[in-house]
Design a protein around this ligand. Sequence first.
Ligand code: NI
Length: 289
Amino acid sequence: MRSLVSLSHRRARPALQRFRQLSTNAVGGSSKSSPIGWPSLLLALGLGSFGLGYYLREKDKAREKVVKGSSKTIGKALLGGPFVLVDHNGQVQSEKTMFPPGNDRFALFYFGFTNCPDICPSEMVKISSVIRKVDGLGAEFENKLFPVFITVDPRRDGVEHLKHYIKDFHPRTVGLTGTPQQVAEVCKSYRVYHVPQKVEDDTEDYLVDHSIVIYLLSPQGVFLDFFTQLTEPEEITERIKQRMLNWTPEDDLPPGAPEEAAGAADVPAADAPPAAGAPSAATGATVEK
Ligand code: NI
C-alpha cells in the first residue's frame, strides 16, 4: 500500500502579494478579486481535513473487503471510463479510438493546462523522460507507451493551442481538449479536480488549480497505476516496466463492465471538487493491491 500524496498547484504568485491579499480580506476588505480570505481559507483547511479523514476511513473499509476476498477487483476500474474529446489534430477521440481492440500500447494520462507556468511543463518534461527510459528498456518495450495531455482549461486550450504546446514535449504526445462539459466529464471519471482561479472578472490571464497526477492506462484503456509529482522518473519507469511485464489482456476489465459497479460504490465521491485550495483526498483511492 502506498500512502496518499495529494498535490495541487496554482501560480507561484509572489508571496508578498499573496500575503497582502490575505491581509486585506482579514480586515474586511471587499476586494472581489482576491481568490481567498481567512474565513474561506480556514473553511478550506477544515474541509480538506474532513475529506482526508473520510478517505482514510473509506480506504480501511476497502482494505477489509480485499482481505475478505469479497472484491478482488477493488484496485481496478474505479478510475476512468468512456470519454469523448478532440485531439491536437482536430480528430474526435474516445476510449474506443485510443484503445482499440488489439492495441498494444500503454498510455500515460496527465491533466493540466497550457498556461501553467511551472508544474505542468516540468511534469510533461518528466513524462517525456520516462517515455525515453521505457523505450530504452529493450525492443519489447519500445514504442509501447505514449503520453496524453488532457487540458483542464478548454476555454483557452483549443486544438491549435494544444498542437503548439505539445511540440515542446515527447513527439508521441497526444493533446486532448473538448467542450467544457466533455472536459468536466473526463476529469470527473479520473477524479481530477480543477478550479479556475480568476484574478479579475474580465481577464484571460487566470490560473487553474488542479490535481497533479500521472495515470498509467493499459492497452485497453484500463487504469493500472498512478504517480504523483514526487514520484521520480526512475521509479515511474520501473513500475511501468513491471506493469508491462505482468500485463495480459485478460487482466483488464473493460470500462463499464458489470463488476465495476460493486467496487465503485466504496470509493468516496470525488466529483464535487474540494473547496479551492483544499487538498484533493480523492485521487489514489484505488491503489489497494
Ligand atoms: Ni499545472
